[in-house]
Design a protein around this ligand. Structure first.
Ligand code: NDP
Ligand code: MG
Length: 385
């Protein structure tokens, strides 16, 4: 069977990985549509490689349409253009758009009955409450790509939740792991962008350095697997061999280990519930135990204050606070990447914004979500320090 796939955010780190998996398994997948932001050169390379199968394409800015090398009038743009790609009626989409602009495409796909392979973790943090657990935990609707959640999917299925006492997501600790708390808050963008393991987009790399990424992922795990917040935990594991682990009431534990490449979770999501011979077709993707030394430590929540906020929000089931957490962070990281501030600026913006928007009645339709996002953005943008 050949599965018609649309990749949103094909020019990014995850999107390019998705294009690779589609190319390596041509008997399984066909790229029928894709979206890019501003990297039209890379988009054109993919269009040339997949000419014949691609039926429509979307870019962010209307002005960029003329640069797109695609022999069809189905070149769309902007937010509406993303929805136009869903008219291709793909069998699956990959949502690899970065940040808070990704949630609407997740929502619209779910509404249209198109399964979403989800890299854009912000989608469930923002719209999880509105979608509800019946949808977020349904693997025929949303299939995780985030490596920790893809790992969980592999080890948690067909298990009794009552047997599980703890669910751990692992964290590399990011670029600032070896700094003290007082050094970390003074770090700038250039330092935070040097991730020791993963080669990712700028926002998620900064989020890894502050460990806010792990906070988003805890909330993501809550929605995608219905895990009670009290059972969620984080292990700092700089070698990134283990991606997630379960502890059981009989004292045993199971964990998932894999090479630190996003190609494996991308392939797993695209082919779910089938498993593809990825390690056979792509070199260097076989996990090996030999010669490995691994270390596991609890996170320092006095240093990673943004991770602590996520634990608190989950404990309180504070859904408006969770939304503020994701939205404020995007505003803060944008300012951080423009060198307007150091890591302590991100701490200030996120914590003040979360305090302001905590405990509100959570938005229960798209307009309410949009309105709350605008209010949060305005508040976060106007914080002076
Ligand atoms: P990148 O920054 O590398 O790529 C983002 C993609 O989205 C690009 O194609 C970009 O276009 C496009 N884009 C950016 N803004 C918009 C917008 N407003 N509208 C439409 N398209 C837009 O990000 P990553 O691939 O690293 O991450 C994507 C998502 O996956 C994030 O949510 C991230 O948290 C998650 N994720 C990433 C992992 C990784 O290893 N990279 C691991 C796990 C999750 P262009 O570049 O053309 O401007
Ligand atoms: Mg992850």
């Amino acid at each position: 069977m050949c599965c018609r796939v649309v990749v949103f955010g094909i020019t990014g780190s995850i999107g390019s990985g998705a294009e690779k998996i589609i190319s390596v398994f041509p008997e399984k997948f066909k790229l029928v549509g894709c979206s890019a932001g501003k990297n039209i050169n890379l988009l054109n390379r993919f269009l040339s490689k997949h000419q014949g199968s691609i039926e429509a394409v979307t870019v962010l800015d209307e002005n960029d349409k003329e640069k797109v090398e695609f022999n069809s009038d189905k070149i769309y743009h902007g937010k509406e253009g993303l929805f136009d790609l869903l008219d291709l009626k793909p069998d699956k989409i990959i949502n690899a758009i970065s940040g808070n602009s990704g949630w609407k495409i997740t929502l619209e796909s779910v509404k249209r009955g198109i399964p979403v392979c989800l890299a854009n973790k912000e989608s469930v943090v923002i719209a999880g409450y509105y979608l509800g657990k019946e949808i977020t935990t349904d693997r025929s609707k949303i299939i995780p790509i985030d490596s920790e959640h893809a790992a969980l999917m592999q080890i948690i299925e067909n298990r009794e939740m009552d047997d599980i006492t703890k669910v751990y997501l692992t964290a590399s600790g990011g670029a600032l792991r070896n700094m003290s708390a007082s050094q970390m808050v003074e770090a700038d963008a250039e330092t935070a962008l040097k991730h020791p393991v993963w080669d990712m987009g700028a926002k998620v790399t900064v989020d890894s350095a502050t460990m806010l990424n792990k906070g988003l992922e805890l909330i993501e795990a809550y929605w995608l697997f219905g895990i009670e917040p009290e059972k969620l935990g984080v292990i700092v594991h700089p070698e990134v061999d283990v991606h997630a682990a379960l502890m059981f009431k009989d004292g045993s534990s199971i964990s998932q280990l894999a090479p630190s490449s996003m190609l494996i979770p991308i392939a797993a999501a695209l082919s779910y519930p089938e498993m593809l011979p990825v390690a056979e077709r792509i070199e260097d993707l076989k996990f090996s135990y030999f010669g490995k030394k691994m270390s596991f430590d609890p996170p320092d929540l006095d240093k990673y204050v943004l991770l602590k906020i996520a634990f608190d929000l989950l404990q309180k089931r504070d859904y408006s606070g969770m939304l503020a957490y994701a939205v404020a962070d995007e505003v803060a990281v944008e300012r951080f990447l423009k060198n307007e501030m150091k890591v302590k600026g991100i701490h200030t913006i996120v914590s003040q914004t979360v305090s302001r928007f905590s405990g509100l009645v959570p938005p229960d339709n798209e307009k309410e979500i949009d309105d709350l996002i605008s209010k949060i953005e305005t508040f976060a943008l106007n914080i002076v320090f």
